[in-house]
Design a protein around this ligand. Structure first.
Ligand code: C2E
Ligand code: CA
Ligand code: CA
Length: 719
């Protein structure tokens, strides 16, 4: 190597780019240090094309043939150097692929006759990185700008332009302070922001962006997070400022949506139970400082389940929406209306008054107003129907004993249940007595769980008399004698047993005993029919039919002499399955009677489908005949319907001679049941009275019957 060559080499080694000079025959004449690193060429030998790690694509690892590429190039007058696109080389030094560009030129040789090649290798990493940064700024969902050291906005990205509604040129004439003053509303004083930025180099906070209305902006008054940074060198000379603006409106919208889902009912848009709890907790905390009374009014629609079951859920939903609209119109602004679940609503009447009687008057006043308004006919799309509500009111100005909102709801709920028990469509104010009642129910539930059926329960029988005055059938009615609770009437314990599902076991016991009794009387006397009450819970139990078949086999009862009394509700729920079950029971030989007929939701259409034998007119329709014309009309309709379908009819709750006379005049086939003839009595007594020495109970002997009643124990000891 000559001195001249050495100095060339020395200069070339100082270049960051790789430099290779090749002869026309591709013999390397000069290779600088950077080129050796890029191409992994050892100091000796100088065959540069031997172990090259060059790829056209970073991922696919397709090798690039440098020698072939150089040979294939032809230089024209216009094109004195040729560039490839980005290639990837793997250097021993960095152990990873780095992007490079090869540039090939022809240069004159030292003797000026030959032509050599100059291959320039340039690292592209920083360029690609810079491009990526620009791309990131451009495409990031945030608005960004950079200023020069004087604070003039030099680089606003497109999102920033869009957010501000100002075009690039306008922005570039503004300092960032001009822009802040023109468009940003801070939640803290402006001086505070600038102070923090200049002292710490940084400020971040929530702002409101009032964009210029120039058609560019997406939204006016955009909630956002603004980050301002000041970039300085080590001597704290200001290089530039940057600003990043992040749109919060979508996040806030999502928050609102989540809140809506968490705290509001999707069907009616009313607050839900969770929101009620929150508000009650807040109120309870407040009562410690201001003892103002608030009221919780709980309301439940009467017969809603029946409407839902017979007319379908969409009709039910329509009704709920109409009720919601009524409620919203009625209540004062300070009230929160809540849909608790299903057809249960609540109204929270907040901070009414500190005076008990004023608060009570206002709370009850509102409750009665709601009750009155809801008791109405509702015009739905395809139906017009009547509905009313039962309401419970709880007034409070201090946390309850256990101190939680659950307890408040429970109290209002007890009052609401009392309103239901009293017949519905009324308002009931909570009283402590209801807590005792609830306690009794709990006691009853526990007692039922531990009850010994054979020891505590007994079947009573009540006669049903035909037109000839003969006892043709008897209804089995259950009695529970509890060692501590005494005689518990069925209307008290049956709903509890249904709720706790003990009715399934009890009902099976009733059927068993009634079947045995039917067999015994059938053998000893005559074909007396026995009617058994079946609870809907029992009927809907999956194994109901199997259990009955098992009992028939076990007792050898003849189902032809057994009537099963079902209520309308049973038939309405789950109609197809209910119909199949009834058909099965009928095929086994049982008679089916519809109990309390007329009290359910008046859809007679299901009667067409059902293979039933008997209708029992509810005692509420018998009670006021022959005085009440409406009731007479109802009884008349039922009788005609039954005649048409050739069904037996039983009138229950017959108490007076007038009723007997009236009913006998209506229809000869009517069976009569009621205190006029007999209260329900134990089997032995029934046998004595009606089977061993039967009386004739035709109207002509009505007076005899009256005297006969003395034979039966006084009502309060039996029923
Ligand atoms: P229900 O099936 O409607 O039974 C008729 C009720 O009316 C009986 O009340 C009966 O004692 C009463 N009653 C009969 N004649 C008259 C009358 O002339 N005037 C008045 N005011 N009432 C009369 P009880 O025995 O207290 O039964 C009440 C309800 O308990 C029954 O109503 C029935 O729904 C249910 N129940 C009774 N025993 C059973 C049973 O074994 N299983 C099921 N699931 N429910 C039963
Ligand atoms: Ca009955
Ligand atoms: Ca009945």
């Amino acid at each position: 190597m000559t001195e001249f060559d050495r100095s060339h080499q020395h200069i070339a080694d100082h270049s960051k780019d790789g430099l290779v000079v090749l002869s026309a025959q591709l013999t390397p004449l000069l290779i600088n240090q950077s080129a050796r690193q890029y191409l992994n060429i050892p100091e000796q030998p100088n065959d540069i094309f031997k172990h090259l790690d060059i790829y056209t694509q970073k991922r696919k690892n397709i090798q690039f043939n440098l020698k072939e590429w150089i040979c294939s190039q032809s230089f024209t007058a216009e094109q004195s150097h040729i560039k490839t696109t980005i290639l990837w080389v793997k250097t021993n030094h960095q152990k990873m692929l780095i992007p490079v560009v090869f540039q090939l030129s022809k240069i004159e040789g030292a003797n000026q006759q030959s032509e050599n090649y100059l291959l320039l290798i340039q690292d592209q990493s920083s360029k690609i990185e810079a491009e990526a940064k620009v791309c990131l700024i451009k495409n990031s969902g945030t608005g960004q700008f950079i200023t020069n050291s004087a604070g003039l906005i030099t680089e606003p990205n497109s999102t920033f332009i869009c957010y501000t509604g100002l075009n690039r040129k306008t922005l570039q004439k503004m300092t960032y302070i001009d822009w802040l003053k023109a468009q940003v509303i801070f939640k803290v004083p402006f001086d505070f922001v600038m102070d923090s930025l200049l002292k710490t180099g940084y400020w971040i906070g929530k702002i409101q962006l009032n964009s210029a209305d120039q058609g560019l902006s997406l939204k006016k008054n955009m909630p956002a997070i603004l980050t301002l940074s000041m970039l300085t060198d080590e001597n704290r000379n200001i290089g530039h400022f940057t600003g990043v603006i992040q749109d919060l409106s979508e996040i806030q919208k999502a928050h609102r949506r989540i809140e809506k889902l968490a705290y509001y009912d999707p069907l009616t848009g009313l607050a839900n139970r969770t929101l009620l709890h929150n508000q009650l907790e807040k109120l309870l905390n407040k009562t410690q400082t201001s003892p103002c009374y608030s009221a919780l009014i709980l309301l439940d629609l009467d017969n809603f389940k029946m409407i839902n079951d017979t007319l379908g859920y969409s009709v039910g939903d329509e009704l709920l929406i109409l009720v919601t609209q009524k409620l919203q119109k009625l209540v004062p602004q300070t009230c929160l209306v809540i849909r608790m679940e299903g057809d249960e609503f609540a109204v929270l009447f907040k901070e009414i008054n500190e005076d008990t009687s004023i608060a009570l008057t206002q709370a009850l006043g509102l409750a009665y107003k709601i009750q009155d308004a809801l008791d109405d006919r509702y015009a739905l799309e395809s139906h017009s129907l009547h509905c009313s509500a039962s309401m419970g009111v709880y007034l409070f100005n201090a946390p309850p004993q256990e101190g939680c909102s659950d307890e408040l709801i429970r109290y209002a709920n007890m009052a609401m249940h009392e309103a239901k028990t009293l017949g519905g469509n009324q308002v009931y104010l909570f009283e402590d007595r209801l807590c005792d009642l609830a306690k009794q129910r709990l006691e009853m539930l526990q007692a039922l769980n531990h009850s010994e059926l054979d020891e505590e329960f007994q079947l009573y029988f009540q006669a049903q008399i035909d037109a000839q005055g003969q006892v043709v059938s008897a209804e089995a009615l259950l009695r529970w004698f509890h060692p501590n609770l005494g005689l518990v009437p069925p209307c008290d314990f049956i709903p509890v047993a249904e709720e706790g599902r003990q009715i399934i076991k009890i009902g099976l016991w009733v059927m068993h005993k009634a079947f045995i009794q039917a067999n015994e009387w059938h053998k000893k006397y005559k074909n007396l029919r026995i009617a058994i009450n079946i609870s809907p819970i029992q009927f809907h139990e999956q194994s109901f039919i199997e259990l009955i078949i098992g009992l028939i086999k076990f007792t050898h009862v003849n189902p032809n002499y057994i009537t099963l009394e079902l209520t309308e509700g049973v038939l309405i729920q789950n109609t197809t399955l209910a119909l199949q079950k009834i058909q099965h029971l009928v095929s086994l030989g049982f008679h089916i009677s519809i109990d309390d007929f007329g009290t359910g939701y008046s859809s007679l259409s299901y009667l067409q489908k059902l293979p039933i034998h008997e209708l029992k007119i509810d005692k509420s329709f018998i009670q006021h005949i022959p005085d009440n014309q409406d009731d007479i009309a109802i009884v008349d309709t039922i009788l005609k319907l039954a005649q048409n379908k050739q069904l037996t009819v039983v009138a229950e709750g017959v108490e007076t001679e007038e009723q007997v006379k009236f009913l006998r005049q209506q229809s000869g086939d009517l069976l009569l049941q009621g205190y006029f003839f007999s209260r329900p009595v134990p089997a032995k007594m029934f046998e004595q009275q009606f089977l061993i020495s039967p009386n004739n109970y035709s109207i002509s002997t009505a007076s005899t019957i009256q005297s006969n009643q003395t034979l039966f124990p006084p009502s309060n000891t039996i029923n």
